[in-house]
Design a protein. Structure first.
Length: 92
């Protein structure tokens, strides 16, 4: 599936670039569609390449690490708070 998206994105980008180049020399009806075609083509190309490299696993690992870090920070905060019977003042 990712190969199909990558190939479609690359093909659309090349076709749109060629259409844009022709439009600079000889204006033709529908030439305005080349710019959105380039944008969609580049987006499809990026999505296809990202799917090939499976960057979603990296994002989920980063989310898990962030949860672990926030849990560690919460535990450290709880450990530094004085207990109920002790307000932090010395007993006299």
């Amino acid at each position: 599936m990712a190969d199909t998206v990558t190939l479609a994105g690359g093909g659309l980008t090349l076709l749109s670039t060629a259409g844009y180049a022709v439009a600079t020399v000889a204006p033709y009806p529908g030439r305005a569609i080349t710019l959105p075609g380039m944008m969609v083509g580049l987006t499809l190309l990026a999505v296809g390449l990202a799917a090939d490299h499976d960057i979603t696993a990296t994002a989920s690992e980063a989310a898990a690490a962030a949860e672990t870090a926030s849990e560690a920070a919460a535990a450290a905060e709880t450990a530094s708070e004085p207990s109920e019977g002790n307000d932090g003042a010395e007993a006299r």
